[in-house]
Design a protein around this ligand. Structure first.
Ligand code: BES
Ligand code: MN
Ligand code: MN
Length: 477
């Protein structure tokens, strides 16, 4: 335990460049001597099952917002809990740097994904447990742990120095995991309050344990439920089998038409809006230390597979996909039941890249499904989530500041990386607030986001707080 702490201080001292970090030693000492408390507080946060998708957890989700608001207030922010038609937004402000100083908008989410399947968890999802230098709990990485790092960095600066060189607005929402249905209206009605020079988000991963990272992209999302219905009720599969279209067979057929043999999405027009990425970005991706063999081994698959003509990282970051996320049909209990189900359902999601939009993908998908659906069944498609993809212009003084802060805190120059996941509000922030967005993530590939046994490295929690404290100072220069 002692080791990573001294490491943080050492790396910052070793790399102290001529910057505004004259006061940093005290800030770092504060962080180091309060780490046990920071971690105990994070555990309290993680114990609240703020599962935004489940109505039975609505009160827990609210309690989580309240808890966060209290801690943000303790850190020295002015805090308001603002109601929305769904879960509330927690808004914290510190504007002591004055109007001439830059304003940073920090975004994160206090809601989490459902923890199921529970039996797969080594320790219960809402009882944080530290093993092998990892904090295991739902939300440790996505996103409570990372959001809390910002609060602690701000606390360290405000307690030690009494002020910061930048104004800070923290916006924490409780509906990210359900597609942020109320956040765009919230942003629209609070444009003045959210006005900022740069948006800072820690809700992504680093490329690897050794490499701090800045994100250059996020994929968009178009998520559908497809229902196939047939006869009035389930039927004996011997008595009726062969005379009607089985909705299960029909759905399987539909799903099988979604890809061609080269791993491409076989929907007409699907690639029309996909932009060719610039050679600089592709070279950047190419230069990252990735091993297909190691990746394959880690995932436990026989072979990696995807769109022909692209590397694994390209497939993950700059190419769109179509995937079945869930299937429901017929008899799945013990033993055999000879039955023709009268209904089949699949959850199908598309990850999108610039300049695809979920609206257009919906139209193309609907047209395709209509075209390939066998006669004799009815299909209905419902859209669950949509979100646009995003590509950063990774340049300018704020990116310089982030690069330097990460380099000093981790002792290594950060890499630029894409992300396969989606944070749909990012494009909206960029457009509506006219501010660049920076993704500075501290979880790792393999942290089991949305899966059983989610974890965050203790070391990243510690170092990340230092890195962010430094970054807040550097954003002023
Ligand atoms: N933090 C993730 C997004 C993410 C994960 C980005 C890993 C980069 C790397 C976020 O909480 C998330 O899970 N987003 C959802 C989309 C949302 C609309 C449900 C996603 O990507 O599935
Ligand atoms: Mn997240
Ligand atoms: Mn998530």
């Amino acid at each position: 335990m002692g080791n990573p702490r001294t490491h943080l201080a050492n790396s910052l001292h070793l790399h102290s460049l001529p910057l505004s970090i004259a006061d940093m030693p005290e800030v770092l000492t504060f962080i180091e001597s309060n780490l046990d408390r920071f971690r105990a507080e994070l555990y309290e946060f993680l114990r609240i099952p703020s599962i935004s998708a489940k109505t039975e957890h609505a009160e827990d989700t609210r309690r989580s917002a309240q808890w966060l608001a209290d801690r943000m207030r303790d850190a020295g922010l002015e805090v308001e809990i603002i109601e929305t038609p769904g879960h509330p937004v927690v808004l914290g402000e510190w504007r002591g740097a004055g109007e001439a100083a830059p304003t940073v908008l920090v975004y994160g989410h206090y809601d989490v994904q459902p923890p199921e399947p529970l039996e797969e968890w080594v320790s219960p999802p809402f009882e944080p447990n530290e093993r092998d230098g990892r904090i295991y709990a739902r939300g440790s990485a996505d996103d409570k742990g990372q959001l809390y790092m910002h609060i602690k960095a701000l606390e360290a600066l405000l307690t030690t120095n009494g002020s910061m060189p930048v104004n800070v607005v923290v916006l924490a929402e409780g509906e990210e995991e359900t597609g942020s249905p109320n956040l765009v209206p919230f942003v629209e009605t609070n444009l003045d309050r959210l006005a900022c020079d740069v948006v800072l988000i820690s809700d992504t991963s680093m490329f690897s344990e050794e490499l701090p990272s800045l994100g250059f992209s996020l994929r968009g999302l178009a998520y559908f439920e497809i229902h196939v219905s047939g006869a009035r009720s389930d039927l004996h599969s011997g008595e009726y089998g062969g005379a009607i279209t089985n909705p299960g067979n029909a759905l399987a057929h539909i799903l099988a038409t979604l890809h061609d043999k080269k791993g491409r999405v076989a929907i007409e027009g699907f690639y029309d809006d996909v932009v060719e990425w610039d050679s600089k970005t592709r070279a950047q991706i190419e230069s990252l230390p990735h091993s297909d063999e190691q990746y394959r081994e880690e995932l436990g698959v026989k072979k990696l597979n995807g769109e022909h003509g692209f590397s694994t990282l390209e497939r993950l970051w700059i190419r769109p996909t179509c995937d079945v996320n869930g299937l429901l049909c017929g008899y799945t209990g013990e033993g055999a039941k000879t039955v023709l189900p009268n209904h089949a359902m699949a959850k199908v999601s598309f990850r999108l890249v610039p300049n695809q939009t979920d609206g257009k993908v919906r139209d193309l998908f609907e047209k395709h499904v209509q075209h390939v659906t066998p006669e004799g069944v009815t299909v209905q498609i419902n859209e669950l989530h949509g979100g646009r993809p995003w590509k950063a212009s990774v340049e300018g003084r704020y990116f310089e500041a982030a690069t330097q802060a990460l380099e000093e805190a981790f002792g290594t120059t950060p890499v630029l990386m894409g992300s396969g996941g989606s944070i749909p509000i990012v494009v909206e922030f960029e457009e509506r607030l006219s501010a660049p967005v920076m993704l500075v993530g501290f979880s790792l590939p393999g942290c089991n986001l949305h899966a059983p046994n989610e974890w965050l490295p203790v070391e990243n929690f510690e170092r990340g707080i230092g890195a962010l404290a430094l970054l807040y100072q550097k954003l002023a220069n």
